[in-house]
Design a protein around this ligand. Structure first.
Ligand SMILES: Nc1nc2c(c(=O)[nH]1)N[C@H]1C(S)=C(S)[C@@H](COP(=O)(O)OP(=O)(O)OC[C@H]3O[C@@H](n4cnc5c(N)ncnc54)[C@H](O)[C@@H]3O)O[C@H]1N2
Ligand code: MOO
Length: 398
């Protein structure tokens, strides 16, 4: 049986490039940017007033003048008004562009306005105050955002502000989700005493939605001819198959043998880990990939976050995130030679450290803790005892 690290390496050696497409910027949220965005002009593009008030020539103030005749009132967006005489000023609004003849802006609160004049109160005025200078933030052609960025609301705003209404983004894989098992009935039906409602497919679909992948969900009963025909069609129509169930030792666990019959080459089966030990992974013709997760909901959830999401993010060339670590808050004893992934509740303590409180659970069929825990903590394979205060990596799901 291979280790978690080996499985991770095998999966990461199978990243795929799905290409690039163009989308309208308003429809780009959570997609992955595949180009560099540049400033189309200096930012800000002109010297702009940062307050409502008046603009004047600082030398006048320095020479002792305190009362200024208002030459004109200028709104934001209007052509800048020049002052030509000593002792003149322009009344202007936040965001208005300054003419070269003015170099200092004073806010209304520091002025008395009457009879077309503005008189400065007893406040100190500094040269260039309240001006956001042209090109101070970025120069024309400066880089504003790079490929690999997950498009956030802020990035959409940035694209809008530089007039970039069409964005190059990474294309998404076509994904089919296939769960298995005769005992798993649709959620809207009433199960018999010994059946369960299926939940893995819809959970996987929901996680993929956060990447804007619109996966198709299928459920297969434990009938090898049916499994074969659906898998055969899916292998032709999709880039990735995410499966749940039917991969361990059971009499009705047909998935690995059917996949291999369809030309999907097994790259591994079984990892020294709990949950998720019987995870099966394979590829067809170096193209389609099949992630066949064990059916238990916690196994599916762990394998998805520990293996599939890193594969997806690498394939989409998402800028890599720093790995996260947390300080364990309780002692754990795990007497098996498997790498244990324990569900933890994360919190930031008052010293700025991420802490992880392990949940008590009843194995990989117990999904009752997943809604309030935040991550799996990956405990090292070499040990069986883990102590409060020790630091280990965590894989977040919330
Ligand atoms: N003799 C052995 N038996 C088992 C082994 C083993 O090594 N030797 N491994 C165990 C481990 S570990 C796991 S994990 C399970 C996984 O088995 P399968 O992948 O074949 O999963 P199924 O039997 O199809 O399903 C298991 C269980 O998961 C729940 N389930 C399944 N599908 C769904 C769904 N769509 N939504 C929600 N929940 C689902 C359900 O409770 C199933 O009973 O095998 C052990 N056995
Ligand atoms: O490896 Mo299985 O997922 O523990 O029950």
């Amino acid at each position: 049986m291979i280790t978690v690290e080996q499985a991770g390496q095998i999966i990461q050696s199978q990243t795929r490039d799905f290409g690039v497409e163009e989308v309208f910027y308003e429809n780009s949220l959570q997609r992955v940017l595949a180009e560099t965005l540049f400033a189309d002009r200096d930012l800000p593009p002109f010297n702009r007033a940062t307050v409502d008030g008046i603009a004047l020539h600082f030398e006048d103030y320095k020479n002792g003048l305190r009362s200024f005749k208002i030459k004109a009132t200028q709104a934001a967006g209007e052509i800048p008004v020049a002052i030509d005489a000593r002792g003149a000023c322009v009344e202007l609004m936040t965001g208005a562009a300054l003419d070269e003849s003015v170099d200092t802006v004073i806010r209304y609160e520091d002025l008395d306005l009457s009879d077309g004049s503005a008189t400065i109160k007893d406040v100190e005025v500094k040269r260039s105050q309240n001006i956001h200078f042209r090109g101070k933030d970025k120069k024309q052609y400066d880089k504003m955002a790079g490929a690999g960025e997950v498009i956030s609301p802020a990035l959409i705003g940035l694209a809008a502000s530089i007039g970039k209404t069409r964005l190059q983004v990474k294309k998404l894989p076509r994904v089919a989700i296939l769960s298995t098992g005769d005992e798993m009935v649709p959620p809207h039906t009433v199960p018999t005493a010994f059946q369960l409602r299926r939940s893995n497919g819809v959970t996987l679909k929901a996680v993929l939605e956060s990447y804007r992948i619109d996966a198709e969900v299928f459920h297969l009963n434990d009938d090898s001819a049916l499994i074969e025909s659906v898998l055969s069609r899916c292998l032709d129509a999709y880039d990735v198959l995410l499966m749940s169930g039917g991969v361990s030792m059971g009499k009705f666990d047909y998935v690995p043998q059917v996949l291999e019959g369809l030309g999907v080459v097994q790259l591994f089966h079984k990892i020294k880990q709990r949950p998720g030990k019987p995870f099966w992974f394979g590829a067809r013709d170096g193209r389609q990939l099949v992630f066949a997760f064990p059916g238990n909901p916690v196994s599916v959830w762990m394998c998805l976050h520990r293996y599939f999401i890193p594969w997806l993010e690498a394939s989409l060339e998402i800028r890599s995130r720093a790995p996260e670590y947390a300080v364990l808050q309780n002692d754990i004893y795990f007497p098996h030679s498997l790498q244990f992934f324990v569900q933890v509740k994360l919190e930031m303590n008052d010293r700025g450290m991420l802490t992880a409180l392990a949940a008590e659970t009843n194995g990989s069929g117990d999904f009752s803790n997943l809604v309030y825990t935040d991550a799996f903590m990956e405990l090292p394979l070499e040990k069986n005892e883990f102590k409060k205060g020790e630091v280990y990596p965590v894989w977040r799901y919330r």
